[in-house]
Ligand binder design. Structure first.
Ligand code: NAP
Length: 243
C-alpha cells in the first residue's frame, strides 16, 4: 500500500523572487513549507509570515545549497522525521560576462549553485522519496539553458546541465512514482533581472512583456498537482513565446 502523501514542500531560494512566489503558491495549495535561502533573513521572514497567515507551517532553513556540510547538517535531522512530497530546486544567481574575460570564480560559482546545489539537496531528498514511493521534483532552469545567450556561458552551461539532469533523474525514478520536471522561465521581473535593458529585450518577446513571478509559480504548482500525474522528464517553458 502506498504511504499517505506528505504535505511538505521544500523550496530552495525561496526568500525572494520566483522561489518566494512558488513557496506561497504551494502553501495556498495546502503544503507546509521548508523554506531555504542563503542569508536574507528579513526577506525570508516576510515570506514565512505570508505562509503562516495562510494557515500553513513554515520552517526557515538558511543554508548555502552548494555547501555539502551545511546541506547535510540542516536536512538530515529533518528527513529522519519527515519526507517532503515536493522539492523545488530554484536557488540560483547569474554572474554574466563575456567568455574571454570570465574569471574562473564566476564560472565555478554559477555551476556550484545550480548544479552542485541541485545534486546535494536532491540526493538527500530523493533517497527518502524512493522509500515513500512518491514525490515531485521541479527544477527551475532557464531559456538561457535551452537556446544559449551571449554573456551567459557559465549560466547557460549550468542550466543546460540541469535540463539533462532533470531528464535522466526522471527516467531513473519514474518506477517509484516520483515525477521530475523543469520549468524554464524567460525574462521574469525579479531582482535578478532588475538591471536588464528592457528597450532591447521587449521586442524579442512575442507577448511583448516581461513575465511575472506568479506566472512561473503557477506552472510549477501545476507540475506538482494531481493534474500533472502523467508528465515527467519535461521542460515547461514560461517565456512569453521566446523559444
Ligand atoms: P532572486 O530574486 O535573485 O532570488 C534568488 C534566491 O536564491 C534568493 O532566495 C536567494 O537567497 C537564493 N540563493 C541564492 N544563492 C543561494 C545559495 N547558494 N543557497 C541557497 N539559496 C540561494 O532570483 P530569481 O530571479 O527569483 O531566480 C530564481 C531562479 O530562477 C534561479 O535559479 C534563476 O536562475 C532562475 N531564473 C530566473 C529568471 C528571471 O528572469 N528572473 C529567468 C530564468 C530563470 P537570499 O535572499 O538569502 O540571497
Amino acid at each position: 500500500m502506498m504511504a499517505e502523501k506528505s504535505k511538505i514542500a521544500l523550496v530552495t531560494g525561496a526568500s525572494r523572487g520566483i522561489g518566494a512566489a512558488i513557496a506561497v503558491t504551494l502553501a495556498v495549495d495546502g503544503y507546509d513549507i521548508w523554506l531555504n535561502y542563503r542569508s536574507n533573513h528579513t526577506a525570508a521572514a516576510a515570506v514565512a509570515e505570508k505562509i503562516t497567515n495562510l494557515g500553513r507551517e513554515c520552517r526557515r532553513l538558511p543554508f548555502d545549497v552548494g555547501d555539502e556540510e551545511a546541506v547535510a547538517e540542516t536536512l538530515n535531522p529533518l528527513l529522519e522525521q519527515e519526507t517532503p512530497y515536493i522539492l523545488i530546486n530554484n536557488a540560483g544567481f547569474a554572474r554574466d560576462g563575456v567568455m574571454a574575460l570570465m574569471s574562473r570564480y564566476d564560472w565555478q560559482s554559477v555551476l556550484r549553485v545550480h548544479l552542485d546545489g541541485f545534486f546535494l539537496v536532491t540526493k538527500l531528498v530523493v533517497a527518502r522519496m524512493l522509500r515513500q514511493r512518491s514525490g515531485r521534483i521541479v527544477n527551475v532552469v532557464s531559456t538561457s539553458g535551452q537556446t544559449g545567450v551571449a554573456g551567459q556561458v557559465n549560466y547557460s552551461a549550468a542550466k543546460a546541465g540541469l535540463i539533462g539532469a532533470t531528464r535522466s533523474l526522471a527516467a531513473e525514478v519514474a518506477r517509484r512514482n516520483i515525477l521530475v520536471n523543469a520549468v524554464a522561465p524567460g525574462f521574469i521581473e525579479t531582482e535578478m533581472t532588475g538591471d536588464l535593458p528592457l528597450d532591447r529585450i521587449l521586442p524579442t518577446i512575442p507577448l511583448g512583456r516581461i513575465g511575472k513571478v506568479q506566472e512561473v509559480a503557477d506552472a510549477v504548482a501545476f507540475l506538482c498537482s494531481d493534474k500533472a500525474s502523467y508528465i515527467t522528464g519535461q521542460i515547461l517553458s514560461v517565456n512569453g513565446g521566446i523559444v
